[in-house]
Design a binder for this molecule. Structure first.
Ligand code: PAF
Length: 270
């Protein structure tokens, strides 16, 4: 497995692999890899990629000033071992300084799908995501890139960026991977105490039991009963992310809620 730290070196290698006729898959991550990430690598393998490039980069540009950039969990050694075991063929560990050169001044803004949900609560977040993902696409020229459904809005925003900026690649979205309790796997779960972890299960339980809860109000009530602070519970059109009144086929119900200080997200496609 190749390890790259310099963007230029990764780009040169990817170009050579592409010229040799190899199919490249990109799996962008912020590291502290868990089974959710490993399922993305596995998906890339099953889709027939010859080269699977996993990027591990806690992207400062997508964090707000009061968010968890500094304390976001990092474990390069464990990530390397996991990538190797999962069948990645290259790992990219850039630094903020070599991804964002002095006086970096070009950003990518998606201006429709990023307006609501997490975009409304985390100003600048999707600008940071689109910018770094566009850079990763330019560095790796993948045939396809794999993202997780847990970040549903992110996946839709990136699809739109690919369409509108004519990136020549396919976006693959892999299903949410859950802990046995139902809690969606996330690197941020590591912030949760044992007691918080139990309460956090209300999110996946509520989404699964949406019908029984009689809609979004019931779901919100269940989350509050578990002591979670609801950031949003919304039902939107799965394609346009426009708010929908009725929970029905073609919708996505999304939740963001704080369990203690930890902000968790989850969703279900109807
Ligand atoms: O989903 C994530 O981990 C990040 O937002 C991504 C796509 C790697 C961009 O930094």
């Amino acid at each position: 497995m190749k390890i790259f730290r310099e963007p230029g070196k990764l780009q040169k290698w990817c170009r050579a692999r592409k010229l040799a006729g190899k199919r490249i898959a990109l799996v962008p991550t912020m590291g502290y890899l868990h089974e959710g990430h490993l399922s993305l690598i596995e998906r890339a393998r099953r889709k027939g990629a010859d080269e699977i490039v996993v990027s591990v980069f806690v992207n400062p540009v997508q964090f707000g000033p009061n968010e968890d950039f500094a304390k976001y969990p990092r474990d390069e050694k464990a990530d390397l071992a996991k990538c190797r075991a999962a069948g990645a063929t290259a790992v990219f560990f850039p630094t903020p300084a070599n991804m964002y050169l002095p006086r970096h001044s070009v950003y990518v803004n998606e201006e429709d799908l990023s307006r609501g949900l997490c975009g409304a609560r985390r100003p600048g977040h999707f600008r940071g995501v689109c910018t770094v993902v566009a850079k990763l696409f330019n560095l790796t020229h993948p045939d396809f890139a794999v993202f997780g459904q847990k970040d549903y809005q992110q996946a839709q925003v990136i699809r739109r960026m690919v369409r509108d900026l004519n990136f020549d690649l396919q976006i693959v979205v892999a299903p949410i991977v859950r802990e046995p309790s139902g809690l969606a796997r996330s690197s941020r779960n590591t912030y949760l105490s044992a007691e918080e972890r139990e309460r956090a299960v209300a999110i996946s339980r509520g989404l699964k039991g949406l019908r029984g809860l009689k809609g979004l109000k019931g779901l919100k009530g269940e989350l509050e009963k578990a002591g979670l602070k609801v950031d949003y519970v919304e039902c939107v059109d799965a394609e346009t992310l426009e708010p929908r009144k009725r929970v029905e086929k073609g919708c996505c119900v999304l939740v963001a809620a704080y369990c203690g200080k930890t902000r968790l997200i989850d969703n279900i496609l109807i």
